[in-house]
Ligand binder design. Structure first.
Ligand SMILES: [Ca+2]
Ligand SMILES: [Ca+2]
Length: 319
């Protein structure tokens, strides 16, 4: 019995030692086998359109030494621009950017960061920021989530040997959809004063309209009393800059057109013809040849021909 009990006891010890070993082996990849990492930090942040923000490229040599590196970051140049880049705090010693670095390309959306320090840091070199980047989100940037990607991450240790097995963590930033409080702007370009439009004719009303977010629809009105009151021509039109209007039977010398532009947030902007235009009740007298059709021109030419021939004959007769 005694023997058995002692056997049981030793099995118990073996089992507990085994459990600890399993526990340690499950922890060890995190503790002892951590890979060196290059990361965008913070890995996500919210930046309003038009605002500046800062992000780091951070590097953790994971126990290795550190001499410097060559890093490329890709960003969306249509929504943000990089303003400046500073060396990060990982550079503990005399340090410098390599020639041509930081290479900021705000058209292609790339950032090349090459920097080295001397003397080099012996293992274990501390983790820290490799570069500190200040950027600005474009004022007209649409809301959304945008990437900050590390497309190249090469680092060297204290002896100039490449640090292998670097794990890259990319980042993002979010441009929130803010409330749109800016109304559209509109300019009526025709009729803008001085036009003579005849009742029943087809005329083109033109305008330009824009908005910080987007013009969603256009309403068009006309006035026959200099803008005191307006009648509807059309509502809910597309912002295509032109509307073909059949001039109504409302003759007046004090006519105006008003164009109202809407955005999706319910803001409106409007503009009116700068001066009065005239709606005629009947067509003004035709201005002869250019307005005549081909048969009339032929007839006119014939008449002129006869006159000319008559003149020549009468001249000859007189001699
Ligand atoms: Ca707006
Ligand atoms: Ca105007």
């Amino acid at each position: 019995m005694k023997k058995n009990r002692s056997k049981m006891k030793s099995i118990g010890v073996i089992v507990s030692v085994f459990s600890i070993a399993v526990l340690l082996s499950s922890l060890s990849p995190i503790v002892a086998m951590a890979a060196p990492t290059a990361s965008i930090e913070p890995n996500t942040q919210v930046v309003e359109a038009g605002k500046s923000f800062t992000f780091n490229v951070s590097f953790d040599p994971a126990g290795d030494g550190f001499a410097g590196g060559s890093v490329e970051v890709k960003f969306n140049a249509s929504v943000m621009q990089v303003n400046s880049v500073e060396l990060g705090d990982i550079f503990a010693y005399t340090s410098a950017w390599a020639p041509g670095s930081p290479g900021i390309d705000n058209v292609a959306g790339t950032l090349l960061l090459e920097a080295y320090q001397y003397p080099t840091a012996s293992p274990p070199a501390p983790a820290g920021s490799y570069a500190v980047i200040t950027a600005t989100v474009n004022a007209d940037a649409p809301s959304g989530v945008y990437n900050l990607n590390i497309t190249k991450a090469e680092f060297g240790d204290e002896s100039g040997e490449p640090i292998l097995g670097i794990v890259v963590y990319n980042g993002t930033f979010t441009i929130p959809a803010g409330p749109d409080t800016t109304p559209p702007t509109v300019t009526v370009t025709s009729p803008n004063g001085g036009e003579n439009w005849t009742v029943g004719t087809s005329q083109t009303i033109t305008w330009t309209a824009s908005d910080d977010v987007g013009v969603t629809s256009i309403d068009i009105y006309y006035s026959t009393n200099g803008g005191a009151t307006y009648h509807t021509i059309a509502t809910g039109e597309a912002n295509d800059g032109a509307y073909t209007w059949t001039v109504p039977n409302t003759p007046s010398t004090t006519c105006r057109v008003k164009v109202v532009a809407h955005d999706a947030a319910g803001n409106t902007g409007e503009d009116v013809s700068d001066g009065n235009f005239i709606i005629y009740s009947a067509a003004p007298p035709p201005l002869a040849v250019p307005l005549l059709g081909p048969p009339a021109i032929i007839a006119l030419a014939g008449i002129l021909g006869i006159i000319a021939v008559t003149l020549i004959i009468s001249k000859k007769t007189k001699k």
